[in-house]
Design a binder for this molecule. Structure first.
Ligand SMILES: [Zn+2]
Ligand SMILES: [Zn+2]
Length: 329
């Protein structure tokens, strides 16, 4: 039944939907379980789901999908992490930590990381649930539409989001609705609690939300999106959580902006692998320091809570404004 030029059912990807989510929907729309669908279409030798397919998919496979749904490869790539190449991180490598990307940490088809975040309300909207590419972004810690904190796991059993597994061990069940359910315990993720974001600084959160909406629009009509500033934001986040590089930075910012100081987990893991709540908190502090740029950064350097050389360590110095900070003595 799949031998035609096009798949019998070939739903188009939703706006901002990630490729993996859409492939699951394609399988279900054709009345097949995902594993069966992939075996019939891509052969049993190719294991699609033991890798992060939004990060990398071989060109032959992308070409095949493109033909079967009549959507160009270029269009499909907008639903993959390659969309962020040269924007959030310099180059899309096959492995290793990418700046601002929450990793899935896949082992034996299991997601051991919590790299797919979700907004329960977004998931509940529209005709069918689907997962957005932007939800993989490390600073996408709240939903800019519903103004609630994202989730990154099932609140019932703690399992990561692995919608490609939602039908495993459930013979005959492949309805779309299952994509919104925890693959492990069946909890409907749309029922996850709504924790409203505390907008403690209006300008800060408005700009942050605008940034998130721009990512959802695949950066179309986003005006002058300052990608270089995201490099600096990342550096600051790394410094705030580092007890060795900038031990006083967190309390310095908290004193000035009136936010509570929190105990941060002592770990050497990448910033993107820290808990969602911790990322949200740290990013908000870093963003506060970046308001009125570069004044607050320079003041922090002046009182020695930030060392200038740590600020631009390990990064590409193509940010003119950052160079300006580095040059001020
Ligand atoms: Zn939402
Ligand atoms: Zn669960």
């Amino acid at each position: 039944m799949l031998s035609g030029k096009l798949w019998p059912a070939h739903p188009k990807p939703h706006n901002g939907e990630c490729l993996s989510s859409w492939l699951v929907r394609c399988a279900h729309s054709n009345g097949l379980k995902l594993q069966t669908f992939c075996r019939l279409e891509f052969g049993s030798n190719y294991q699609l789901w033991n890798r992060d397919i939004d990060r990398h998919i071989p060109q032959w496979l992308l070409g095949k999908i493109s033909e079967k749904v009549s959507v160009s490869c270029e269009e499909l790539e907008k639903h993959m992490l390659s969309l962020f190449e040269g924007r959030l991180f310099p180059e899309l490598t096959l492995s290793g930590q990418l700046r601002w990307l929450c990793p899935l940490v896949i082992k034996h088809r299991l997601h051991n990381g919590y790299g797919m975040q979700f907004c329960p309300q977004c998931l509940a909207e529209g005709a069918e649930p689907y997962y957005r590419l932007s939800w993989r972004v490390g600073f996408y810690t709240f939903c800019p539409y519903h103004q609630i904190i994202m989730h990154d796991r099932c609140i019932e059993c703690g399992a990561s989001v692995s919608f490609h597994r939602c039908e495993l061990g459930k013979p005959g069940i492949y309805k779309d609705a299952n994509m919104a359910c925890c693959w492990k315990c069946g909890f409907d993720l749309r029922q996850s609690p709504n924790h409203h974001v505390r907008f403690w600084n209006k300008v800060l959160f408005e700009r942050w939300a605008a940034q998130l909406r721009a990512i959802d629009r695949q950066f179309v009509n986003c005006g002058k999106f300052d990608f270089d500033r995201l490099i600096l934001l990342h550096q600051l986040c790394r410094l705030i959580v580092s007890k060795s590089l900038a031990p006083d930075l967190q309390s310095y910012i908290c004193n000035l902006c009136g936010q509570p100081e929190r105990e941060l987990i002592k770990t050497k893991i990448a910033f993107e692998q820290r808990s969602l709540a911790e990322r949200h908190y740290v990013i908000s502090l870093a963003k506060w320091l970046l308001l009125k740029y570069p004044r607050r950064i320079l003041l922090a350097i002046g009182v020695r809570v930030i060392r200038r050389n740590w600020l631009y360590r390990d990064i590409e110095l193509n940010d003119k404004s950052l160079l300006a900070v580095c040059a001020v003595r």
